[in-house]
Design a protein around this ligand. Sequence first.
Ligand SMILES: Cc1ncc(COP(=O)(O)O)c(C=O)c1O
Length: 296
Amino acid sequence: MPDQPIPKDAAYQIINDELMLDGNPRLNLASFVTTWMEPECDKLIMSSLNKNYVDMDEYPVTTELQNRCVNMIARLFHAPIGEDDTAVGVGTVGSSEAIMLAGLAFKKKWQEKRKSQGKTYHNPNIVTGSNVQVCWEKFARYFEVDLKVVNLTEDCYVMDPVKAVEMVDENTICVAAILGSTMTGEFEDVKLLNELLTKKNKETGWNTPIHVDAASGGFVAPFLYPDLEWDFRLPLVKSINVSGHKYGLVYAGVGWVVWRAKEDLPDDLVFHINYLGSDQPTFTLNFSKGKNVFTC
Ligand SMILES: Cc1ncc(COP(=O)(O)O)c(C=O)c1O
């Protein structure tokens, strides 16, 4: 901390000049091209910048907008809900937070089941391809879940569903399939995975579910390949994450996680907080949060 204060315009100038050493976002063709938005979006973001999104009583319309996004996305992904039903899901900072939440829900469900059967519940694992994005490794390390990885081969750059299902054991909390492998964009065969896993579940009684990491494919597949079955049309798919900022025109980061049904999100992961006015159910990793819900 400096001993003496400095004038605010001098402080601004110093920080602004230092930031000039960053790259110019408009020249950045990496980082998923999330560097430009329509001016109307900029205006909406700027006019909401001072809202702390977690204070839902104070900002109920923001909450309503988030809920509308969740409802639209769940329906886009064919969640089996009626016209007037509310979908189960939440807006997140990006797919990484969404994946942490989905992973936690699977871990909790698996632990509850194991406890009720009087079995050990200390060695959960997730089966996935070695092409998973780093946030899955992060989830595994932070939340103490083993990643059982299906290696890619010279002629297959995505997870082979046959090998994945072979790796599933009684401690597998879910198989994570990727719709849009980060490196190549290739979709994994979720339909075949669902078929093979259904068969294995019948033989073993394990009921291992599927999560689809649709970070980049979730807003592409429904429009380009509407007949491709990768989402809640497949019964074992219990949750899906998607990013809003993977194809440009949306600043990072915004994402969502949606669950197939209420029972797929264990109750005790939902916090009911009421110190800001009324009962607020929240399921996010953070409490305070800047408002990015408009960027959808
Ligand atoms: C398949 C996949 N999953 C998850 C992520 C993480 O997404 P986010 O940057 O929205 O946290 C990415 C980002 O590259 C991705 O490609």
